[in-house]
Design a protein around this ligand. Structure first.
Ligand code: ZN
Length: 415
């Protein structure tokens, strides 16, 4: 599976926020998932059938809204000869905008990962779960439980735990049966245990090596066996290197997998934010430098440094909710850009023209999420973009103290 970039994740996250904010007054919001393998003509045929079914909807307004949504999808579908590489999703319908009013919305999304299902749904909200899972599925960890009796191998994908293999051993218990020499018994037991560990190690290595995007491996079990197994290097060395930590669990079967994930949750969260923390610490060290500081912050300063190509790492808080709008005067053609907070078409009123002093509101020619806009600027000068989430001390300080926009410079600048 291809891994999503930070940027793709962010864009998808924002798109989902927008979709989830849409509420229908009745069941009149349509979600249609078209996988890449589906023929467009089949989809059209399916929609034609839905169209005739929907003639039976009792409420006149709902019927009208559903019919127009389906027709809108059908006309958009005509622009496709075949589904795009990853398929396409349509979200179309009349969303409620308060006081009995509705407005038609239409989103056509080509997702960053392939869609696996064909799905049509008409509901009072858009069905976004398959897209949400795309984001969650990203973090994949191997799960491995072992003691002398049982071994369970599983995978953690987002929040989902899968059991992939369960094995039991023939290793005898610690105490021998009467009649055998104790030493001989112990020797046989150790040979059996060794063979068991080899078998488990080989099976696990094989399974884990197949998953190319494995972020790491969590090892668990109830006794000291798990530590012995790891110390003796029974796993393939490439897999061994991916071990994040070893945890105590009460079970070594399927139940143990869940337990292992629960016990490791703190470690996993830390892992996710440790990279962000590291880069933020570097930035904060620069901020405190009295001379030759490489830190820069605030939208205007960062923007200026970006245009000069002077930024090495661009730091953006995931929670800035700002847009950059490009405005044009309808009388003198003067254009300007403006950053708008929590921009929405309903509330933002463009100003008059500062150039010809026309009182007419300027025309919005383009609007773009500021994170996308600044990331584009950064990428065109080969700067690294690091999105920082809130929730850690460093993430909070970027958002609160530095307005969510900062950077580490390639060389000191005197702006
Ligand atoms: Zn003007």
């Amino acid at each position: 599976m291809v891994e999503l970039t930070q940027r793709q994740k962010y864009d998808l996250k924002r798109q989902l926020e927008e979709l989830k904010a849409c509420k229908g007054k009745h069941t009149e919001l349509i979600s249609l998932y078209v996988p890449p393998s589906k023929q467009i003509s089949d989809v059209t045929a399916y929609l034609k059938n839905e169209l005739s079914q929907s003639q039976n909807i009792k409420s006149k307004t709902t019927r009208k809204n559903v019919l127009s949504a389906i027709e809108s999808i059908m006309s958009r579908l005509r622009q496709f000869k075949a589904p795009p590489e990853n398929g396409v999703v349509f979200f179309v319908g009349h969303k409620s905008i308060g006081s009995d009013q509705t407005t038609m919305v239409a989103f056509v999304i080509e997702p960053p990962l392939p869609i696996s299902i064909f799905l049509y749904r008409c509901d009072s909200q858009f069905f976004t779960e398959p897209l949400e899972n795309m984001m969650k599925e990203q973090d994949i960890y191997g799960l491995f439980l072992i003691d002398r009796r049982e071994c369970t191998i599983g995978m953690l994908r987002g929040n989902r735990v899968n059991t992939l293999k369960y094995m039991t051993s023939q290793v005898p218990g610690k105490h021998g049966r009467g009649g055998q020499s104790q030493r001989r018994f112990e020797r046989l037991t150790e040979i059996a245990a060794h063979e068991w560990f080899v078998r488990c190690g080989e099976t696990a290595s094989e399974i884990f090596q197949e998953e190319k995007n494995l972020k790491g491996i969590l090892v668990g079990g109830s006794g000291p066996t798990k530590n012995y197994f790891v110390d003796e290097g029974y796993l393939h060395y490439e897999i061994q290197e991916k071990i994040i930590d070893i945890f105590d669990t009460g079970y070594t079967d399927e139940f143990g997998l869940r337990e292992l994930v629960d016990n490791a949750s703190g470690t996993l969260t830390n892992l996710r934010i440790s990279q962000e923390k590291k880069i933020m610490k570097r930035f904060l060290r620069e901020v405190t430098k009295a001379e030759e500081s490489l830190a820069i912050y605030g939208e205007a300063q960062v923007r200026k440094a970006l245009t000069m190509g002077a930024i090495d790492v661009l730091l953006l808080s995931e929670d800035i909710r700002k847009y950059r709008v490009m405005l044009r005067c309808t009388s003198c053609e003067y254009t300007m850009e403006k950053t708008v907070d929590e921009y929405s078409e309903e509330t933002f009123e463009p100003p008059g023209c500062p150039h010809c002093k026309s009182q007419l509101p300027m025309e919005i020619v383009k609007k773009i999420d500021i994170i996308d806009e600044l990331s584009d600027m950064a990428e065109s000068t080969s700067a690294t973009v690091q999105l920082i989430s809130q929730g850690s001390e460093e993430g909070d300080s970027l958002y609160k103290a530095f307005s969510g926009i900062a950077g580490i410079l390639r060389y000191p600048l005197d702006l």
